[in-house]
Design a protein around this ligand. Structure first.
Ligand code: GLU
Length: 436
C-alpha cells in the first residue's frame, strides 16, 4: 500500500496552530512511509473561500518545510461530485428533504425535551414533496450493522447507525457540504490515511458508510485529541494564533514543528534542528486521548534551546553581515530569537558608548586600559587581560570580571568572554577600556 495523506483546509481564514499540527502529522506520516502528502483545498464554499487564504496556507506549509506532492482544489472538481451524487441517488442512498431550518430546530427541541437524542427522523418515502420548494439532500445511513473501525489514535470505535442523523450532503442551492466531496476525493486520490482532529469522529462514522456505498475500502483513520491552551480549553488566543504571529515573535519553524510533533504524546519534546528525527519517530500509537496543551512559553523556551545549537549556515542569510560564523557561535547561547543577533553587531564593531563605570571599578578599568595594548590578541586575550589586571589590582571574581565585561560589551550578561573578546578588534577593545 502506498501511503498517501492529505491536509484539507478550507481557505476561509488563516491557519492556526491546531490546523498546522494536523498538516504536520499528515506530512510526517507520509514522509516516514516514503509516501505522498497532498494539499487539498476544500473550497466548496465559494463565498467564504478566499484566494489570499489559499496563498497563506501554501506559504505557511512552505515556512514549516512541509513540501507537498500535489495540490487539488475541490472547486475544480464539481463535475465529479455531480456524477458520483447521481450514482448515489440512483442507488437510493441520497434523498431529497424539504424541512426548513426552523422545522428542524423545533423537532430537535421536542426530542431533547423528551429526553431523546436529537436524531433526524426520516419522512416516509412516499411523503408528498411540497411544491415549488428546492430540496436539500441527505445521505441515507444503512441502519444494519454497526459502524466500526480501529482508529490509529483512539483504538476500536463503534457507532450504531440508528443513533446518527442522516447527514445533509448538499444544500438546496446545489452547493456541497464537506462530507461527501471529501469521501469522493479520498477515493479518487487514493488516500490511505485520514489524519484529523477528533471533532470529526462522528463524521467518520457516516463517511465510512459513504466509502462502502461507492464500493471503496475506507482509509485508515487517526483522530487526534484537540489542542488546548494552557487554561485547558481551546482559547480564542490559540484559535487565532497564526504562523504570522509566531514568525513575528521570532519563533523558528523547526521549534514549532518539534513541539507540535510531540505534544499530546508522552515522548519528550526535543530541541531538534531538522525535521528528520521527527519523521523517524512519528507514531500515532504514541498519542494519547487527553487534550494536548499548547503553551507559548514552552515554545519560546524550546526556540531558545534550538538556537543554541543551530548551525551558522542555517541562519546566515538572516544575519547582519557583521555576524560571521565565529561570532554566531559565540552569541547563540544567549539568544532567544535570531533577530537579537543584530543587537550584538554593535557589541563587536561599535558604535559603542560604554556605560559610566562605578567608582569602585575604576582601578580595575584603569589597569585594564594600561595592560591591554601590549596583549597578544591572537592568543586568549581574556585570560591574559584578567591575569594581568588581577596581578596589578588584587581584584578577583565578580569584582574583576563584571566591570571588564560591562566596559567591553555594555552588558552584565552575555557569552563567555574568552570566546567573545578575540572577536572584538583589539583597537576597539582598548578604546572601550580607556574610555571607561
Ligand atoms: N475541510 C475539512 C476541515 O477543515 C477537512 C477535514 C478532513 O480532514 O477530512 O475540517
Amino acid at each position: 500500500m502506498t501511503v498517501t495523506t492529505r491536509f484539507a483546509p478550507s481557505p476561509t481564514g488563516h491557519l492556526h496552530v491546531g490546523n498546522i499540527r494536523t498538516a504536520l502529522h499528515n506530512w510526517l506520516w507520509a514522509r516516514k512511509a516514503g509516501g505522498r502528502f497532498l494539499l487539498r483545498i476544500d473550497d466548496t464554499d465559494l463565498e467564504r473561500s478566499k484566494e489570499e487564504y489559499v496563498a497563506g496556507i501554501r506559504a505557511d506549509l512552505a515556512w514549516l518545510g512541509l513540501d507537498v506532492d500535489g495540490e487539488e482544489r475541490q472547486s475544480e472538481r464539481f463535475a465529479l461530485y455531480e456524477a458520483e451524487f447521481a450514482t448515489l441517488k440512483a442507488a437510493g442512498r441520497v434523498y431529497a428533504c424539504y424541512e426548513t431550518p426552523e422545522e428542524l430546530e423545533i423537532r430537535r427541541k421536542i426530542l431533547l425535551s423528551r429526553g431523546l437524542p436529537p436524531v433526524y427522523e426520516r419522512k416516509p418515502a412516499d411523503a408528498p414533496a411540497p411544491e415549488g420548494v428546492a430540496p436539500h439532500w441527505r445521505f441515507k445511513l444503512d441502519h444494519g450493522a454497526p459502524i466500526e473501525w480501529i482508529d490509529l489514535v483512539r483504538g476500536p470505535q463503534h457507532f450504531e447507525p440508528k443513533t446518527l442523523s442522516d447527514p445533509v450532503v448538499r444544500r438546496a442551492d446545489g452547493s456541497w457540504l464537506y462530507l461527501l466531496p471529501s469521501v469522493i476525493d479520498d477515493i479518487a486520490m487514493g488516500i490511505s490515511h485520514v489524519v484529523r482532529g477528533e471533532d470529526h469522529v462522528s463524521n467518520t462514522a457516516a463517511q465510512i458508510q459513504m466509502f462502502a456505498a461507492f464500493g471503496a475500502k475506507p482509509p485508515q483513520f487517526a483522530h487526534e485529541a484537540l489542542l488546548v491552551g494552557t487554561e485547558g480549553k481551546l482559547s480564542k488566543r490559540l484559535g487565532s494564533l497564526g504562523m504570522g504571529k509566531l514568525r513575528d515573535a521570532g519563533i523558528e519553524p523547526i521549534a514549532l514543528a518539534a513541539l507540535l510533533a510531540r505534544l499530546g504524546t508522552s515522548d519528550p519534546v526535543e530541541p531538534v534542528t531538522g525535521l528528520a528525527p521527527l519523521i523517524a519517530s512519528v507514531d500515532f500509537a504514541r498519542f494519547g486521548r487527553a487534550p494536548a496543551r499548547f503553551d507559548e512559553a514552552e515554545l519560546a523556551l524550546l526556540n531558545q534551546k534550538i538556537l543554541h545549537h543551530t548551525d551558522y549556515h542555517a541562519v546566515a542569510p538572516r544575519l547582519p553581515a557583521a555576524i560571521d560564523e565565529a561570532r554566531w557561535n559565540a552569541i547563540r547561547p544567549n539568544l532567544m530569537r535570531v533577530a537579537e543577533a543584530a543587537d550584538w553587531g554593535a557589541v563587536f564593531d561599535g558604535p559603542f558608548a560604554p556605560p559610566a563605570p562605578e567608582e569602585a571599578d575604576r582601578p580595575v578599568l584603569a589597569a585594564a586600559a594600561a595592560v591591554a595594548p601590549a596583549l597578544d590578541w591572537s592568543a586568549d586575550p581574556w585570560h591574559a587581560l584578567t591575569e594581568a589586571v588581577k596581578a596589578a589590582t588584587g581584584a578577583k571574581g565578580r569584582a574583576l570580571f563584571l566591570p571588564l565585561r560591562r566596559a567591553l560589551t555594555g552588558r552584565d550578561h552575555g557569552p563567555d568572554m574568552r570566546e567573545l573578546l578575540p572577536l572584538i578588534a583589539k583597537d576597539e577593545a582598548v578604546a572601550r577600556l580607556s574610555a571607561a
